[in-house]
Design a protein around this ligand. Structure first.
Ligand code: FAD
Length: 376
């Protein structure tokens, strides 16, 4: 079996393929147009076990590992970014890594079953790439923390809870802590949705905390060391984006090649022109290179190795590749490639978001460069 995946894992991938073709594909265009989160597809993904791929069986997940998750995310992203988002359950990772037993008991099983969803809220007007430069504060009051601040660009804004970063000490190094904030906590509210170029259906909006009272037991990780909690999810987050980028590139490539075979100009299919053939060859070469890197990195993670540098390389390479390949796919399809009905431009728009989210590609280069030239 390729990359050592088991028969059981292959079975899951096959289930995801059928789900993608029969249930996600017919809905992807509508989600793109309405920009509404398809809650029924999320529920269905959970029913199929796809919301708990990385969550261990003891917490109701599949415990199937990152390679399986990457392959399934890739498969579903071939129908558009919304496909990949059905699988990515990012908050499960920090809860597993640094959550208390009580937090695990409260959230993990419900995340795996799809009963709840959770997002994360780090970005602020003053803190995009500079994630530590937040202004949101948390002040202890008895057995609760009182949070005040505004988070911007938050995905899945209608989720049930968020991991939120806040300043807990102005002077301590770091001085940031992480909290699980539930949407029903007093002082929690959300703003109107952003209209974005792509990644529709992901519900991006601002999150407001006004004297929001959070029980002390909802702090995640150690006080004033909240950035460690954020860091604990970064490798998986980057790999999720890389796998989504790979799937988007494959989806656009397949559609462009199919179009080239049937579009006749100058008396023959445009696939007969060498320039189109070379476009396709380059696209396939780019896809296969990135695929090998992602599968290898995910396998290394599953084997217990550190992938901090490799996950940054995967995110950088895959998202740049997806932008190139989806752009070429539009070019191959000519005017049709620019139309909503053609369905190719949606891949191009979705792909364009990916070099910016989950740490911009410039930040990925910084991370990689630091491993080449470590600070003395
Ligand atoms: C669709 C979408 C969904 C998102 N979802 C979430 C979410 O769920 N939760 C959340 O917390 N955040 C979320 N974000 C925010 C996202 O993480 C930030 O947009 C991203 O980290 C970049 O921050 P910024 O937009 O403020 O850009 P900036 O940090 O202002 O960067 C602007 C430009 O400057 C470059 N730059 C910045 N610093 C450096 C440097 N030191 N060296 C070189 N170049 C640099 C950047 O790479 C970029 O090109 C989302 C964003 C989008 C667009």
């Amino acid at each position: 079996m390729a990359f050592g995946i088991t028969e059981e894992q292959q079975l899951m991938i096959n289930i995801a393929r059928e789900f993608a073709a029969n249930e996600v594909r017919p809905r992807a265009k509508q989600v793109d147009i309405t920009d509404e989160r398809p809650l029924d597809l999320f529920a269905r993904a959970a029913e199929l076990g796809l919301r708990g791929i990385l969550i261990p069986e003891e917490w109701g997940g599949l415990g199937a590992g990152l390679l399986t998750q990457a392959m399934i995310s890739e498969t579903l992203a071939q129908e558009g970014y919304i496909g990949a988002s059905l699988v990515n359950n990012l908050m499960a990772t920090p809860i597993l890594k640094v959550g208390t037993q009580k937090q695990k008991e409260k959230y993990l099983q419900r995340l795996a079953s799809g009963e709840i969803s959770m997002g994360f809220g780090f970005t602020e007007a003053s803190a995009g790439s500079d994630a530590a430069n937040i202004e949101t504060t948390a002040v202890k009051d008895g057995d609760t923390w009182v949070l005040n601040g505004t988070k911007i660009f938050i995905s899945m804004i209608n989720a049930d809870a968020f991991l939120v970063s806040a300043k807990t000490n102005e002077t301590a190094p770091g001085g940031i802590s992480s909290f699980i904030v539930e949407k029903d906590f007093p002082g929690f509210s959300i703003g109107g949705h952003y209209k974005k170029i792509g990644m529709h259906g992901s519900d991006t909006a601002d999150l407001y905390l006004k004297n929001c009272r959070v029980p002390a037991e909802n702090m995640m990780g150690v006080e004033n060391k909240g950035l460690h909690v954020v860091l604990s999810a970064l490798d998986i987050g980057r790999m999720n984006i890389a796998s989504a980028a790979l799937g988007l590139a494959e989806g656009a490539y397949e559609r462009a090649v199919a179009y080239a075979r049937q579009r006749v100009q100058f008396g023959k299919p445009i696939a007969h022109f060498q320039v189109i053939q070379h476009y396709a060859a380059d696209m396939l070469k780019d896809i296969e290179l990135v695929k090998a890197m992602i599968y290898r990195t995910a396998s290394r993670y599953d084997a217990g190795e550190s992938i901090s540098r490799e996950s940054a390389i995967c995110k950088l390479a895959a998202t740049e590749m997806a932008c190139r390949v989806t752009d070429r796919a539009v070019q191959i399809c000519g005017g049709y490639g620019l139309t909503e009905d053609g369905g190719i431009e949606r891949y191009f728009r979705d792909a364009r978001v990916l070099p910016i989210v989950e740490g911009t590609n410039e930040i990925q280069k910084m991370i990689i460069a630091r491993t080449i030239f470590p600070k003395k």
